[in-house]
Design a protein around this ligand. Structure first.
Ligand SMILES: Cc1cc2nc3c(=O)[nH]c(=O)nc-3n(C[C@H](O)[C@H](O)[C@H](O)COP(=O)(O)OP(=O)(O)OC[C@H]3O[C@@H](n4cnc5c(N)ncnc54)[C@H](O)[C@@H]3O)c2cc1C
Length: 359
C-alpha cells in the first residue's frame, strides 16, 4: 500500500467537554479518522467545562498545590497562546484569551493573608519571584485596577491569564464540524481497549480516548466530583480589567471580567457531587465578598448561576492511563483550563506512538 492509500487510523474520543474537544481539534490536524461521542448536546455543554471561570493561574495555585501543577500550567500558558492564535485564524473569531496578569487583594484586617501568600510564593519561586510577582501600594493598585482604589495593598501576578470558555468551546465545535469529525451527540458510551459500546452496540477503533470526566467514575477508582458554584453578574458601574482574587480567612472569591460587561464570580469548592442549584449561603457569600471589593457592585444584576462538579482523583492530580488501544485522561479538578493543553499535548504524543505501527 502506498502512503496515499493507507487507511487512516480510527480514533474514538468519549466525552466532548474541555479535554475531548481540545484533543479532537488537535488530532484532527493529523491524518486520523475521529469520532467524538458525547452523552449530552455539544452545543449546550453540560460538563464542568461550561460552569468554569476559565482562570489560568499557575502562580495562585502554586501556593496550595504540587509544583507539577505550576510547571504544567506554565507549559499550558505557552500552548494556549499558540493554539488560540491558530484557532482564531481558523475561525476568524476571537477566543478572548487574555494574558493581563491577575491581582490579589485583602482587606486591611486580613493583610496577613496577603503577606503570608507572598512569603509562600517567594519561597516556592525563589529568585524568579521578582519577575513574576509585584507588591503594589494603594496608588500603584489604583493605577492598575481603578476599581480597587480602596485597598491599601495588592499583589500583581504578571504572567497569569484567563480564557473565555463560552467562546472557546463553541469555536472548537465549529472547527470540528468544518473538518468533518464525526460527532455522535446524546450517546453515552462505555470505553474499552479499541472498543466503544453504547445502547447494546459495539464499535471498533484503533484507539479509544476516554475524556468523560465524572462520567468515567465507574472505571476509575477514587474519582470523585467536587461541587463548584459560580454566579455571573452584570454591572455598568464597576469595570475590572483582569481577574481579581480576594483573600479572606473564610470567604475566598475570584472575579473574572468578560468583554460583554459581565463578571464571573466564584467559586465554591464543596466535597459533594450534588448538582442542584446554587445554595442561598453560597450566593450570599459570593455576593458579599464581591460587594466588599467595591460597594458599587451592589447594583450589579445577577444574570446567571452555574453549578457543576470538578472531576478529581484521590491526590487531586491529573491522571493519564495508557494501555494498548485505550487512553484515559481525567482528574483535572479545578485546573482544567490551567492544565488541558499540557495534558493534551502529552496524549497527542502517546497516540502518535501507539498508532505508528497501525498507520
Ligand atoms: C464551578 C467551576 C469553576 C471552575 N473554574 C475553573 C477555572 O477557573 N480554571 C480552571 O483551570 N478550571 C476550572 N474548573 C475546572 C474545569 O472546568 C475542569 O477541570 C474541566 O472542565 C475538566 O475537563 P474534562 O474534559 O475532563 O471534563 P468535562 O469538562 O466535565 O467534560 C466531560 C464530558 O464528558 C461527557 N460525558 C460524561 N459521561 C459520558 C459518557 N458516558 N459518554 C459520553 N460522554 C460522556 C460529559 O457530558 C462532558 O461533556 C472549574 C470547574 C467548575 C465546576
Amino acid at each position: 500500500m502506498t502512503s496515499e492509500t493507507k487507511k487512516k487510523s480510527k480514533i474514538a474520543i468519549a466525552g466532548g467537554g474541555l479535554l475531548g474537544r481540545l484533543l479532537a481539534w488537535r488530532l484532527s490536524q493529523q491524518k486520523f479518522d475521529i469520532t467524538v461521542f458525547e452523552a449530552g448536546d455539544l452545543s449546550t455543554p453540560s460538563g464542568a467545562c461550561w460552569a468554569a471561570a476559565g482562570m489560568i493561574s499557575p502562580l495562585s495555585e502554586l501556593v496550595r498545590t504540587e509544583k507539577q501543577i505550576y510547571v504544567q500550567g506554565l507549559q499550558s500558558l505557552k500552548l494556549w497562546s499558540e493554539w488560540c492564535t491558530q484557532l482564531e485564524s481558523q475561525t476568524g473569531r476571537s477566543v478572548e484569551f487574555r494574558r493581563a496578569g491577575s491581582v490579589l487583594v485583602a482587606h486591611g484586617k486580613d493583610r496577613n493573608e496577603l503577606l503570608q501568600f507572598l512569603r509562600e510564593l517567594q519561597g516556592k519561586l525563589g529568585e524568579s519571584a521578582k519577575e513574576q510577582v509585584e507588591s503594589l501600594n494603594s496608588q500603584a493598585l489604583a493605577a492598575l485596577e481603578p476599581a480597587l482604589g480602596s485597598f491599601e495593598m495588592g499583589l500583581y501576578l504578571r504572567g497569569e491569564a484567563d480564557i473565555n470558555n463560552h467562546r472557546l468551546l463553541p469555536l472548537l465545535l465549529n472547527v470540528l464540524r468544518q473538518r468533518g469529525v464525526t460527532l455522535r451527540e446524546r450517546t453515552p458510551v462505555s470505553c474499552h481497549q479499541k472498543q466503544i459500546s453504547f445502547a447494546g452496540e459495539q464499535q471498533q477503533f484503533d484507539c479509544v480516548i476516554d475524556c468523560r470526566g465524572l462520567g468515567a467514575k465507574e472505571q476509575i477508582p477514587g474519582l470523585r466530583g467536587v461541587r463548584g458554584e459560580v454566579m455571573v453578574v452584570e454591572s455598568h458601574e464597576v469595570v475590572l480589567q483582569r481577574p481579581v482574587r480576594l483573600l479572606h480567612p473564610r470567604y475566598k472569591l475570584y472575579a473574572v471580567p468578560r468583554s460583554d460587561g459581565r463578571t464571573v464570580i466564584g467559586a465554591t469548592q464543596i466535597e459533594s457531587e450534588d448538582l442542584s442549584p446554587i445554595s442561598l449561603r453560597s450566593s450570599m457569600e459570593l455576593s458579599s465578598a464581591l460587594y466588599s471589593i467595591n460597594p458599587a457592585f451592589a447594583e450589579a444584576r445577577i444574570v446567571e448561576t452555574r453549578v457543576n462538579c470538578r472531576p478529581a482523583t484521590e491526590d487531586n492530580l491529573p491522571l493519564i492511563q495508557n494501555e494498548e488501544g485505550l487512553i484515559r485522561l481525567n482528574g483535572l479538578h479545578r485546573h482544567g483550563y490551567l492544565l488541558a493543553p499540557a495534558v493534551v499535548q502529552q496524549v497527542e504524543e502517546q497516540v502518535a506512538q501507539q498508532l505508528l505501527q497501525v498507520a
